[in-house]
Design a protein around this ligand. Structure first.
Ligand code: ADP
Length: 188
């Protein structure tokens, strides 16, 4: 895996967060998160990449799920991915920020972590939900992603040992690393 320089950490929960640059479909983690649309029947971006890599049986399983509301998440098998499970979540479309986008985006991360915890998973990898076609401003999305994940990791007895925040593109990498550094310095 291509770990970024400067991705140091000190505090316990921050030690469990890794910012990496990777194609999420290649990662041998317990679960990968898919930034899906509400039909759960496939789409472009990371959703298309996951469906292509997982194979047609993923679509067959997704057809049984009845879609997914924005801010919620549903789990399937990983099929032909190296990951054991896929957690499909539906991020908000950015409509200027006054339509509950921050609450809904935070809910995506929280619900994915909750499903991972339910299965007592130890590692998950998340793409930058809503930061592609859905148009969420990356700095704001990075703050929500990192603070929500860190908050979830703080809960007692939780199983997750590693949460990979997967960047696909320089702007997102930069925003994640800056947010990570800000939070890390708060825990000196
Ligand atoms: P959304 O509709 O939620 O915006 P997108 O799939 O368009 O979802 O984009 C979400 C993020 O996933 C973007 O930052 C995009 O660059 C990233 N992405 C696209 N393909 C991959 C991939 N194979 N692995 C990891 N991240 C990816």
């Amino acid at each position: 895996m291509d770990f970024l320089a400067g991705n140091w950490s000190k505090g316990g929960k921050m030690n469990k967060i890794e910012i990496i640059q990777a194609d999420i479909t290649t990662l041998p983690v317990d679960a990968v998160v898919n930034a899906a649309n509400s039909t759960l029947l496939g789409g472009g971006g990371v959703d298309g990449a996951i469906h292509r890599a997982a194979g047609p049986e993923l679509l067959e399983e997704c057809k049984t799920l009845g879609g997914c509301a924005t801010g919620q998440a549903k789990m399937t098998g990983g099929h032909q991915l190296p990951a054991r499970y896929i957690i499909h979540t539906v991020g908000p479309v950015w409509r200027g920020g006054g339509n509950d986008e921050p609450v809904l985006l935070a809910s995506c991360y929280r619900e994915c972590m909750r499903l991972a915890e339910q299965k007592r998973l130890r590692s998950i990898a998340c793409p930058a939900i809503s930061c592609g076609v859905y148009g969420y401003p990356v700095e704001q999305a990075a703050e929500i992603a990192l603070t929500t994940v860190a908050d979830c990791l703080q809960q007692d007895g939780q199983s997750l040992e590693k949460v990979y925040l997967v960047c696909f593109g320089d702007a997102i990498c930069k925003a994640y690393n800056e947010q990570f550094a800000r939070m890390n310095s708060e825990h000196d």
